[in-house]
Design a binder for this molecule. Structure first.
Ligand code: F6R
Length: 612
């Protein structure tokens, strides 16, 4: 949440910062701001999107080759111009952008008020700017990095910050604890950002800051120390990231583009891993550690939101095929419970961003208990990718739409490969079944393309249900998590209240909701539960509910029974989630669009949830 960009070098900073903020806008889009230090300090900030800031500041004095910028997801104080970052300290010596939460800000603020400080905003960030200034003014011996270090030593909470000091005009200080920051190293120039996307076009040499690192950057030098003032050695990483342009191409929205990319991204996910001869599945990131993983006594899969739904599918697959006990946990619950786990457990953390605060806290907890921790993650070089013992990248490419689509199908693809690999290693699956499932998985992209051709039909269905107030999503077995995911997609982008349920649970409560106003989306392709889900549909129909059924091509029974059907190609039940989720994503997209919602940037949400 919140995106930070900084530049110091010889180029014009303003366009680099604005472009970088556009890359990071998925992290927050309440307001945006930029500060440029070029002789004088110029700060421009605006409620609204980065484009509003760009328009506003384009007319102004925006020259200079040192600057910081921010796109905000509000925590303290409503989104308005005053609360937008950067924040300037009372005497104008320090300007700061911040991602995270200063938990003890009230206490620090009270102390600063006693020392005569006044505040213009309701933010915790302005407190930090003033605290840095306060320390800076204590002695002429104290430079800006020491002032930052002293201030951070008083802070409880999470931060990624970039700081400019008006009295030290060739320097930027950046620091992190809990909120990601990466520094790109150029030729006498440095790029700072919350993730690597804004940096990738300029350099492939990066340094990922670790918790409590403070980087002091001038045009000619880059040094690291920590909050305890101890020097830290530099670890330069090679950034292997192909990002292309921040471009929707022929599509109206990033979400639609990402839905349509799925046949390709699923292929990318299994490229080089799923062998055409259907022999060994190769997960390079796990090779060294696999002998240990395959002997695990239990697997715990942890994630949030959509990633948690992917985890549920992983549980079903691993238990069915590898016959290993699996538990699935919400990261936000796991981290505060007293979970029983130890050395023989394998914990898999799933996260698109690799920066979700709760998932990272769960990772630390699992590590502290001695479990083997693995990551399934999309963002290369993210904290999750760096902190786990080993892992698998999903290779879905950058996901910009706040509602996750292609990352989900990539996560499920990785979990499917992992489950099959485990099943084979543990000798729980015979060769014939294994090869059949590998083949089924490899056919998903082609079948996915066929579903996308159904767009007009899905649009027509969306038109019928766009004014619904509530919606129910039902599924069984592998398709229960798909129902949950379909409901999440609808609620987050269209603001229609939607609930996902295991279809068998319907009679235990949710059936009370059914009347002739309720759309009930039933994920019902042919599988072992087909007869049962047909009965569930009968029960809904008997109460005049409107059934939209996702069915296997050629299903005549449900064609008669349901109000609307969306056909998907026949596939094995274990890989059916990868297909059946696509029409649900499209349905949510069209309904949201018809309701006039901002599909790519839904209200109140941000993509990378780096605060609790
Ligand atoms: C829903 C969505 C969120 C994320 C969740 C976890 O469309 O995007 O529910 O899935 O915030 O994010 P990651 O996977 O980055 O940890």
């Amino acid at each position: 949440m919140c995106g930070i960009v900084g530049y110091i070098g010889k180029k014009e900073a303003f366009p680099i910062i604005i472009k970088g903020l556009k890359w990071l806008e998925y992290r927050g889009y309440d307001s945006a701001g930029v500060a440029l230090l070029n002789g004088s300090l110029e700060v421009y900030k605006k409620k609204g999107k980065v484009i509003d800031l760009e328009e506003f500041a384009s007319e102004k004095n925006n020259g200079g080759s040192l600057g910081i910028g921010h796109t905000r997801w509000a925590t303290h104080g409503e989104p308005n111009d005053e609360n937008a970052h950067p924040h300037v300290s009372m005497e104008g010596m320090f300007t700061l952008v911040h991602n995270g939460i200063i938990e003890n800000y009230a206490e620090l603020k009270e102390d600063l008020i006693k020392h005569g400080y006044r505040f213009n905003s309701e933010t915790d960030t302005e407190v930090l700017a003033n605290l840095v200034e306060y320390f800076y003014k204590q002695s002429s011996e104290i430079n800006s990095e020491t002032a930052v270090q002293l201030a951070l030593s008083k802070v409880v909470g999470a931060y990624g910050i970039a700081v400019l000091c008006s009295e030290e005009k060739d320097k930027m200080v950046v620091a992190r604890k809990g909120s990601p920051l990466v520094v790109g190293l150029g030729n006498k120039e440095y790029f700072v950002a919350s993730d690597a996307a804004p940096i990738a076009e300029f350099t492939s040499q990066v340094v990922y800051l670790n918790d409590e690192d403070i980087a002091v950057i001038t045009r000619n030098s880059f040094t690291l120390k920590n909050v305890q003032n101890t020097p830290v050695s530099l670890k330069i990483s090679n950034l292997d990231l192909e990002i292309g342009e921040l471009d929707k191409g022929e599509y109206e929205h990033f979400m639609l583009k990402e839905i349509y990319e799925q046949p390709k991204t699923i292929e990318e996910t299994f490229r080089g891993r799923l062998r055409h001869d259907q022999s060994e599945i190769v997960l390079g990131g796990l090779i060294n550690i696999f002998p240990k993983i395959e002997k695990a006594e239990r697997i715990i899969i942890i994630g949030c939101g959509t990633s948690w739904h992917a985890a549920l599918i992983g549980e079903y697959m691993l238990e069915e095929y590898a016959q290993i006990p699996v538990e699935v946990e919400y990261a936000s619950e796991f981290r505060y419970r007293k979970p029983v786990l130890g050395e023989n457990d394998v914990v898999i953390l799933i996260s698109q961003s690799g920066e979700t605060a709760d998932t990272l806290a769960a990772l630390e907890l699992a590590k502290s208990k001695g479990a083997t921790v693995l990551g399934i993650c999309n963002v290369v070089g993210s904290t999750l990718a760096r902190e786990t013992d080993a892992g698998v990248y999903t290779h879905a490419g950058i996901e910009i739409g706040v509602a996750s689509t292609k990352a989900f199908t990539a996560q499920v693809t990785v979990l499917t490969m992992f489950a099959l690999k485990m099943a084979k290693a543990r000798k729980k699956i015979d060769t014939e079944e294994y090869q059949m499932l590998v083949k089924e998985l490899s056919e998903i992209p082609e079948k996915g393309r066929l579903i996308l051709e159904n767009n007009e039909n899905i649009k027509t269905i969306a038109e019928k249900y766009k004014d619904a107030i509530n919606a129910l999503y039902l599924g069984r077995g592998y398709l229960f998590p798909v129902a949950l995911e379909g409901a999440l997609k609808l609620k987050e982008i269209s603001y229609i209240h939607a609930e996902g349920y295991a279809a068998g649970e319907m009679k235990h409560g949710p059936i009370a909701l059914v009347d002739d106003n309720l759309p009930v989306v039933v994920v019902a392709p042919k599988d072992d539960y087909y007869e049962k889900i047909v009965s569930n549909i009968q029960e809904v129909k008997a109460r005049k509910g409107n059934v939209i059924a996702i069915v296997t091509e050629g299903d005549v029974v449900l064609k008669e029974m349901a109000n609307d059907i969306i056909e998907i190609p026949d596939s094995h039940p274990a890989v059916a989630p990868l297909l059946s989720v696509i029409p649900l994503q499209m349905l949510a997209y069209h309904i949201a669009l018809m309701r006039g919602c901002n599909v790519d940037q839904p209200r109140n949400l941000a993509k990378s949830v780096t605060v609790e």
